[in-house]
Design a protein around this ligand. Structure first.
Ligand code: FEO
Length: 395
């Protein structure tokens, strides 16, 4: 792939990964991704910001060759995760004249994960500047979005924020800049939900700090570059805010139809009360879509049959994931069925210590749901409506 110019002497030298469909052996990538690296040429010195996933080494090297880069003074490491740092050791080897510039925490992680030797590093502190000659890099430490060492690099003269994972999106596209805001926001929301949502408080804190920085361009490490920085910053601000919507998310699984019938009924009851409802059949669902739905929802209802006394393992997985992602849901319900006995409710309740929720009246039935069970589901819908009303989410 050819090098692309962002501004004078600021280049995109990363790689687009059209084929990748899974990240961390966990996160679905329906639209691929990109590993963005940037080269900045000052009058005196040249800096590379991040590298690419090790699988795309040849693309990075060929881009640097195309730019005629013979000498590299600095390799900036904004983040130690290997999709950006995996080639730092290799680049340092190819450029023995270079220094790896990062914060002390990132240095420790790079040393542990990539076995880079101590003498290759130049450590920086929060707010420190690094002059390149006509271009100045400034470092903004931004821990926990999403590792403890994450930081941003700000190019002062061009007002470009290299934000690494923050404000990014897993999206393979030939467009260097965000063209379709709708398409980008879908990918960016998915990325926020999967990667940033567990660190919502840190997201808010870093956004507040960035409000004091004059940012014209946001160049993240995944997905296209934002020429309208305020659009993605506003979206992050909304997603990470404390406000929730009149929405219910129902991750569910059914074995012989009882739970399915209950979910179908509950969905109808919620729709009848003008509550937005998003059911996800865990057998086929894309967990990224489930995570996205949890960004805004006020309520989650986990629905499952009983397997070996506990909830079906797919419901265990979804519950674990929901707890780990720490969405701002306020209410939780448990719905399901059993053959002869069940500890499902206690198991699920014990699995959500990090969800700050009020647990609603459960509806767990023996065998196929009967008229009284459907009535109980109607009451659950009433309870949800009442809670949403109290919270001012609906009339
Ligand atoms: Fe894209 Fe946290 O690495």
């Amino acid at each position: 792939m050819a090098v692309r110019t962002i501004k004078d002497n600021v280049y995109y030298v990363g790689a687009i990964d059209w084929q990748r469909r899974l990240f961390d052996s966990l996160i679905p990538l329906p639209d691929g991704t990109s590993y963005n690296a940037y080269l900045i040429r000052g009058n005196d010195r040249t800096a590379l910001i991040d590298t690419v996933d090790p699988s795309r080494e040849q693309e990075l090297l060929s881009n640097l060759k195309e730019l005629g880069v013979e000498k590299l003074d600095y390799i900036i490491a904004n983040h130690a995760e290997q999709d950006h740092s995996g080639l730092i050791g290799r680049m340092a080897e190819l450029h023995p004249e270079s220094k790896i510039v990062t914060n002390p925490k990132c240095k420790d992680l790079l040393r542990e994960h990539l076995l880079v030797s101590e003498d290759r590093f130049l450590t920086i502190e929060d707010g420190q500047s690094l002059p390149l000659g006509g271009k100045t890099l400034q470092f903004i430490l931004a821990p926990w979005v999403h590792w403890p060492e994450t930081m941003f690099t700000y190019l002062v003269e061009d007002k470009i924020l290299f934000s690494c994972d923050f404000l990014g999106a897993h999206l393979a596209t030939s467009e260097l800049f965000v063209e379709s805001v709708a398409e980008f926001h879908e990918a960016a929301k998915r990325y926020y939900a999967e990667i940033m949502m567990p660190f919502r408080n840190n997201v808010q804190k870093h956004l507040a700090r960035l409000a004091g920085v004059d940012i014209r361009v946001v160049a993240p490490s995944h997905g296209p570059i934002h020429l309208k920085a305020e659009s993605i910053i506003k979206a992050y601000s909304e997603w990470s805010s404390d406000s929730v919507k009149n929405e219910v998310v129902i991750p569910y699984v059914s074995m012989h139809g009882s739970t399915q019938r209950m979910v179908d009924h509950l969905v109808g009851e919620l729709i009848g009360r003008r509550i937005v409802v998003k059911p996800f059949d865990l057998v086929v669902t894309d967990v990224g879509k489930l995570a996205m739905a949890l960004v805004d929802a006020a309520t989650i209802v986990i629905a499952a049959p009983t397997v070996l006394v506990g909830p079906h393992p797919l419901a265990v997985y979804a519950t674990y994931l929901a707890n780990a992602l720490r969405p701002k849901v306020r209410f939780a319900g448990v719905v399901g069925s059993y053959g002869w006995g069940s500890k499902m409710l206690d198991t699920i309740k014990a699995m959500i210590p990090d969800l700050k929720v009020e647990v609603l009246t459960p509806v767990i039935v023996k065998g196929y749901p009967k008229p009284a069970d459907f009535e109980a589901l109607g009451k659950l819908a009433d309870e949800i409506l009442g809670k949403h009303r109290q919270a001012g989410l609906t009339a």
